[in-house]
Design a protein around this ligand. Structure first.
Ligand code: ZN
Length: 371
């Protein structure tokens, strides 16, 4: 069994688990490691939107209720291997390079090493590992897990650490995610005939409205929360018109809009402004809202993380599995080695000293909340 955090990170990186692939090789390795240490395992597997088999694990050890969970995803963004040896990890100048080194196989390895270093007979409260698929595809693994894991539903887990890279700064809140799908319909015809109806032309005034709404929320501070950077909802949209070419009128224009919600920033009003405009044009609207993650800074978990890292707590703009896992875990913090600034890049790395610091901090959190 690998008990060194650097070696375990290297091992995980060398098993490609780009989101489009099955994650089974790593799920099975992790299950073996945990079973060998007598953890109770619950597998919640599913087929993803492309029919590929994906695995989620919830594992538990220790008596009683409450306890502490370490939560990690094992998928990564594509390797871009033409530009660097993404799946052949190497260490240079104290940095471990490879796809997933910081997002988030390195942080995940640190939680495994910390959890497996504990003598189970010393536990007074349970310790959990929550391992998910498809985080990079809209948190689909965590969403599935929150709905289908009996262990997560039956055990009321008190504290959770999302081990995403935060440079070991405790993150007590991050934004949520609002997806608003607006469908404008037209009629395809050869553009030379004048007989078609361009859905894209119909949708254009609405897209101008989006630009105006974006301007309003960036100027009016009542739509903002200064605890976050940037403090507004960062509206973004893309348009899908299928295969439409310039000699065909677009039969549909699917305007896919995202806005990142925060507490106390009138997120409902922002969403309503967008929907009202879309419905005013008679377009079909579909909405999916994922709430922001928020844990009070007075929580024992946040306070302990401040003490152990000597860092002041922060918020971040990106989302994590915590958006769904907060439905089944009371208080959560995002805390892990490595920087989000190099995640998803060619040359992604995690500083080796931060990996070791993470093992130390996670081990102390286990002492505090489970022993
Ligand atoms: Zn991640």
């Amino acid at each position: 069994m690998i008990t060194d955090v650097v070696q375990l990170t290297e091992k995980f990186i060398s098993i490609p688990t780009v989101t489009s692939l099955t994650n089974m090789p790593i799920i099975e390795l992790v299950q073996e490691m945990l079973e060998a240490a007598n953890w109770e395992i619950e597998r919640t597997d599913y087929t993803d939107r492309h029919g590929v088999l994906k695995g989620n694990i919830v594992a538990k050890i220790g008596p009683g209720e409450g306890g502490l969970a370490f939560c990690s995803h094992v998928d990564t963004v594509p390797g871009q291997e033409q530009d660097w040896p993404a799946f052949n990890p190497e260490i240079r100048d104290g940095k471990l390079y490879g796809r997933g080194s910081c997002d988030m196989k390195g942080p995940f390895a640190a939680t495994m090493v910390a959890a497996l270093s504990i003598d189970p007979s010393s536990l007074k409260k349970p310790m959990y590992m929550v391992v998910t698929a498809d985080e990079e595809w809209g948190l689909e693994g965590a969403k599935y897990l929150a709905q289908h894991s009996a262990m997560l539903k039956n055990d009321q887990i008190r504290y959770g650490v999302i081990a995403e890279p935060t440079e070991m700064i405790p993150v007590y809140s991050h934004k949520g995610f609002c997806s608003i799908n607006v469908m404008a319909k037209g009629k395809a015809a050869h553009s030379s005939t004048g007989l078609g109806e361009s859905a894209l032309m119909k949708a254009t005034p609405f897209m101008n409205d989006l630009v105006e709404i974006d301007r309003i929320i960036q100027e009016d501070s009542s739509y903002q929360n200064s605890l976050y950077t940037p403090p507004h909802h960062t509206i973004n949209f893309v348009v899908d018109t299928g295969e439409a070419a310039t000699n065909v009128t677009a039969p549909f224009a699917n305007v896919k809009i995202s806005a990142r919600g925060m507490p106390d920033a009138r997120t409902d009003d922002v969403v309503k402004m967008i929907i009202d405009k879309a419905e005013g044009y008679g377009f079909e609207v579909n909405l999916d809202i994922v709430e922001p993650l928020f844990t009070s800074q007075t929580s024992d978990l946040i306070q302990s993380c401040i003490e152990l890292t000597n860092a002041q707590p922060e918020t971040v703009a990106y989302g994590t599995d915590g958006n769904y896992l907060m439905e089944v875990i009371d208080d959560m913090v995002v805390l892990g080695p490595g920087s989000i600034d190099v995640a998803h890049t060619v040359g992604e790395f995690v500083p080796v000293n931060e990996l070791h610091q993470a093992v130390d901090v996670y081990t102390k959190l286990i002492h505090k909340f489970c022993q």
